[in-house]
Design a protein around this ligand. Structure first.
Ligand code: HEM
Length: 486
């Protein structure tokens, strides 16, 4: 049966759907025409705030499966049996651009996955780079603003961009990754995902480990050159969305193999870097990757707005036996995401189907009411936790039984030193193994920094010379060719 066309109140709209009530044929409209007002008023409110970062993205559902026993490291229920499957939803994104911006922009890619486990939703909110630009969370809004638009010109601004990065050089490792061809992945399918941060996992015996998680693409890594990415930004700005959607629709859903690196508290004390420093990687030779699972994305969302735009990921959404570490950037993220979800989607954002735990086990009778409460609001259940009635409290290893922190409250700014260049230099040396990759890094920086003022360019040459003198020299040479000094 064909659907009956109605207004939002369910009342059938009679006759000609496009007719509006007027005084005479060409006279003014009548306020009583609810069908018209209903339609216009809803249209006027279609937009919700886009994500302040990671606004452009693509998402899909899939299935995670445990491939190897990892119960000695983590007691989470969804990992407890080889072969156990858990539904997932992943959203990929660029970071700095607006919702309509080009998918091939030079930018890290977000890689956020929601695991609908029997113990609630676990969100692994990762990037495609194993490190990040900052380790002082207070810098995040400043840093992001320099990657966005100039407040006066409303243009992307090479001066702001490089002014920030040359005065906050702990970012150098991530900047080298960003300006290598890894900064322009060929598709969301052909890139890895990394926790970046150190997290803490514990087993059921109460033993705990610092961990870093890696999702390695089974499609392999493929990147674009700066020029290919630029051309695609013009000819098909939605290139990555199209690639993901069409591959899944054709039954060619991408998959990733999941690995974990572990470190004991003792090993962490002796490591040559801090495990709470998000600008550093853990060398694979010292901390080998251990496989534990695999997930494949195999189902496109039916509705982009409902499922992708309204998806709400947070590093604070976790499950028993998986906890954040003291990494200060991670600690700040624990606040920021749910805060923005309440602003972007409303206080009841976890009731939106894509965000809803599938366990049916949500029992928090004190969390009631609020805008857009649509799930029955727990009916006649008392609106407080009535502990005189039977209620179960689960026991699992807790953070307070793990690390002990002592000291007076103090202000601390984790300033950069030459030590921060070591891993960037190691990366530059590794690039030598891949044809043209050292040259592409120099080229990709040069074409970008050529738009900056001379004094900022000079700082850029100096900074990259600290990674390697050849890199600094190559950038200087090409930049000055592109933007000759008078
Ligand atoms: C202090 C540091 C950071 C802050 C304050 C921050 C804040 C935010 C905010 C407010 C959003 C928008 C969320 C939404 O509207 O739903 C977001 C998105 C995102 N962030 Fe961060 N972020 C930080 C660092 C990081 C880092 C280090 C990573 C990766 C390791 C990361 C990965 C992501 C991803 C993947 C998304 C997109 C999630 C989605 O697809 O909905 N962020 N971030």
């Amino acid at each position: 049966m064909a659907p009956v066309f109605t207004n939002s109140n369910g009342c059938p709209i009679p006759g000609d759907a496009f007719a509006t009530q007027r005084i005479g044929k060409h006279g003014p409209l009548l306020l009583q025409d609810f069908n018209l007002i209903d339609s216009l008023a809803h249209f006027d409110r279609e937009r919700i705030p886009e994500r302040v970062v990671h606004a452009k993205g693509s998402g899909a559902y899939g299935v995670f499966e445990v491939t190897d026993d990892i119960t000695d490291v983590c007691g989470a229920a969804f990992l407890d049996t080889i072969g156990k499957k858990t539904k997932v939803f992943t959203r990929f994104s660029t970071v700095g651009g607006e919702a309509g911006s080009a998918d091939t922009a030079r930018d890290p890619r977000g890689f956020a996955t929601k695991f609908y486990t029997e113990e609630g939703n676990l969100d692994l909110v990762y990037n495609n780079t194993p490190v990040f630009f900052i380790r002082d969370p207070s810098k995040f809004p400043h840093f992001i603003h320099t990657q966005k638009r100039n407040p006066e010109t409303h243009l992307k601004d090479a001066n702001m961009f490089w002014d920030y990065l040359t005065t906050n050089q702990e970012a150098i490792h991530q900047v080298c990754i960003l300006f290598s061809d890894r900064g322009t992945p060929a598709s969301y399918r052909e890139m890895n995902g990394y926790s970046g941060h150190t997290y803490k996992w514990s087993n059921k015996k109460g033993e705990w480990f610092y961990v870093q998680v890696h999702f390695i693409s089974d499609q392999g890594i493929k990147t674009l050159s700066n020029e290919e990415a630029g051309a695609l930004a013009g000819s098909n700005p939605d290139y990555a969305q199209e690639d993901l959607f069409k591959n899944i629709a054709a039954g060619n859903g991408p998959s990733w193999t999941c690995y974990v690196q572990t470190m004991t508290q003792e090993q962490a004390k002796n490591a040559p870097f801090s495990v709470f420093d998000l600008t550093k990687v853990w060398p694979h030779s010292d901390y080998p990757l251990r496989r534990f699972g695999k997930f494949q994305l195999n189902e496109n969302p039916k509705n982009y707005f409902a499922e992708v735009e309204q998806a709400a990921f947070s590093p604070a959404h976790t499950v028993p036996y998986m906890e954040p570490s003291a990494d200060p950037v991670l600690q700040s993220r624990l606040f920021s995401y749910a805060d923005t979800h309440r602003h972007r989607l409303g206080t009841n954002y976890t009731q939106i189907p894509v965000n809803c735990p599938v366990t049916g086990a949500v029992y928090n009778p004190h969390m009631r009411d609020g805008h857009m409460n649509v799930n029955g609001n727990l009916g006649s259940t008392p609106n407080y936790l009535d502990t005189s009635k039977p209620v179960e409290f689960k026991q699992f290893a807790l953070q307070e039984e793990q690390e002990v922190w002592e000291g007076a409250a103090c202000p601390f700014h984790w300033k950069y030193t030459d030590e921060d260049f070591k891993q960037a230099t190691a990366l530059y040396n590794v690039l030598k193994r891949y044809p043209n990759q050292q040259a592409h890094l120099a080229h990709n920086v040069s074409v970008h920094v050529a738009a900056a003022d001379a004094h900022i360019q000079d700082r850029v040459f100096e900074m990259f010379s600290k990674v390697h003198p050849d890199l600094g020299a190559a950038i200087k040479k090409e930049t000055l060719q592109l933007s000759p000094r008078k």
